[in-house]
Write a protein that binds this ligand. Sequence first.
Ligand SMILES: C[S@@+](CC[C@H](N)C(=O)[O-])C[C@H]1O[C@@H](n2cnc3c(N)ncnc32)[C@H](O)[C@@H]1O
Length: 282
Amino acid sequence: MHPNDKKHRKVRKCLNEPNFSGQHLLHNPRIVRQIIDQSGIRPSEIVMDLGAGKGAMTFALAEKASSVVAIENDPRFAEILKAKSQAHANVAIIEKDIRLAYLPNKPFRVVANIPYAITTPILEKLLDPPTDFFQGAMLLIEYGAAKRFTSRPIRDPRILRWRMWFDLELIKVFPRTEFSPPPSVESAIFRIRRKADPYVQIRHHRHFAGFAEYALKRPELPIYVVLQGIFTPPQLKHLFKNLGVDRQAPICTLNERQWGMIFRTMLERVDAFRWPKLLRRK
Ligand SMILES: C[S@@+](CC[C@H](N)C(=O)[O-])C[C@H]1O[C@@H](n2cnc3c(N)ncnc32)[C@H](O)[C@@H]1O
């Protein structure tokens, strides 16, 4: 055990405050190795460990990747990580809030047991807008969140956007007993992979975002009712001939291929001034 580990354990024991920063650490090196082995890291890649804690994943990742960037905002953990990283030339420790950290402008992957409280901001950072650099992730996240990101029908325009360019997969439930201390919620291993051949080109992501936000404003409305707001009757007739869906079905029941077809038809046949625009948020 690293000498600083003991020191930190004492510090945490003295703390009476609730565990708001999601400090549920992995303690089983065999489990950590299994997660890393499934993550598809290439030796040439940079891997990010978001919420690195005391480095349960960080230093195992350093054996597989070209380099590891570990982000941790708890100064006591960062101190432990910096001390341990003296023995690992390919590990960089960044003491920062994950939400404010820079992502590499080279191909990178994320393998991490993230703080659950900021799961959505982390996914937004990685996936929205999609970049050429983010290759995929293997994450421990709350089971409920993993179910929400992977379920059908897709009612949330943000999740639809993510799923147009990435395959999101709930791999399996992860036992609470593998964390110290165990979290109060169920956890899951969650994988993100870039789609090799997405239905919409990434360069259209902004227009797609406006389209998805508009189309899913009322996810239970029939497909034809929603699309009447974008397409003319002859355009709709042509679209439904090729789409192969029940026009009365709720719009949220469309799959990614069908969303891609509708969006591409809009780009090809509808004047740009009629495309739904992304609403500006205050
Ligand atoms: C679930 S623990 C995982 C720790 C370590 N990766 C492990 O598996 O043992 C999440 C870690 O993220 C850190 N953390 C929480 N919020 C953070 C934030 N906004 N930015 C950076 N780190 C954060 C916590 O201090 C904690 O060490």
